[in-house]
Design a protein around this ligand. Structure first.
Ligand SMILES: [Zn+2]
Length: 124
């Protein structure tokens, strides 16, 4: 199972809306479908404590490095965190993975994501 967990504080900051994020995720899904791949679910945090949009300008439990998004995804999709790994391009991602009790959080510094995932899966 493949799940995207992403901070989207641009929503709280008024830079874009949840509809824009949904459109991006739809685009990703359509692009992946062309090669026979898919994302099982997308979870995003629209919050930031110092945002500009009142509704989303809160301290939440889902903005990484907090584990809320990962915990919710595991609960919703019946995923065993101890059998899951997260690939992230930010230290906060790795901290969130650890806080959620995932088997591993792997830092992705850029380059070929497919190669990074293959290497990460070989650690199992
Ligand atoms: Zn949040």
């Amino acid at each position: 199972m493949t799940v995207v967990v992403t901070n989207q504080s641009g929503i709280a900051r008024g830079m874009y809306t949840a509809q824009h994020v949904d459109a991006l995720h739809d685009f990703m899904q359509r692009s992946l479908s062309q090669i026979g791949a898919h994302i099982d679910a997308f979870y995003y945090c629209p919050h930031h404590p110092e945002g500009a949009v009142a509704e989303f300008s809160v301290t939440c439990d889902c903005r990484k490095p907090k584990p809320g998004l990962i915990v919710r995804a595991c609960k919703d999709l019946n995923i065993n965190p101890a059998q899951s790994i997260l690939f992230g391009d930010n230290k906060r991602d790795i901290e969130a993975a650890q806080a959620a009790g995932l088997r591993a959080g792997i830092f992705f510094a850029g380059g070929n994501l497919f190669d990074a995932v293959k290497a990460g899966l070989e650690t199992f």
